[in-house]
Design a protein around this ligand. Sequence first.
Ligand SMILES: [Ca+2]
Ligand SMILES: [Ca+2]
Ligand SMILES: [Ca+2]
Length: 224
Amino acid sequence: MFLRLILLLGLLSGLPVYALPLYQNDFESLDVNGWSDGGVELAPNGSTRFLGLFARNQATTFTLGGLTPGRSLLFQLDLYINRSWDGNSNAFGPDLFTVEVVGGPILLQTTFSNTGLPGFEQSFPDPWNPGSPAVNAPRTGALAVNTLGFATEGDTTYRLVLPVTPVSSVLELRFSGLNLQDFTDENWGIDNVMVETVVPEPSTVLLLLGGLGLLAGWRSYQRH
Ligand SMILES: [Ca+2]
Ligand SMILES: [Ca+2]
Ligand SMILES: [Ca+2]
């Protein structure tokens, strides 16, 4: 949060802030290095290539090395939720998606829905709570809807931005579905992956903190 605030303030103020990309992949070059499972799929309408397709309880693990332990990263990706995901439904799910650090914390666990039926709402953007699931309309928080050409119930794109702090020089992130049906009913894919480390210049941090201090002082002065 602090890094993102510094980045935002730095961008607004024009002071130097660096977002260093460590990894980027839109899968158009068919490169799946670093991914344990999945191949490159072409969207049914030919608009893009992505890592997939995953169905049932399938998973893929992404491994990135050469990291500095303790230095925060931003992991961004586009998640494609395709066909008849049923969200919180007990009868046909719950259709769960999880991102976790292998041997570490769960970064995201939630349900998604592409159907409009009562009882088939989704938990996203809230986390999955099995005792009392959050009730959000299907496709809440979507970046795009029906852009890939999947039949019948369509497809929904979510842009996930997950802050993560590696505890060693190697980070393993595991992406998995749970309770999904076969590919023809419910599947998912990953695209536009970007991992970056946000590095503010020391002078930028000092100037911004100094500026915030002056602002607080001025407001305090005005009140008196
Ligand atoms: Ca792509
Ligand atoms: Ca379904
Ligand atoms: Ca289902």
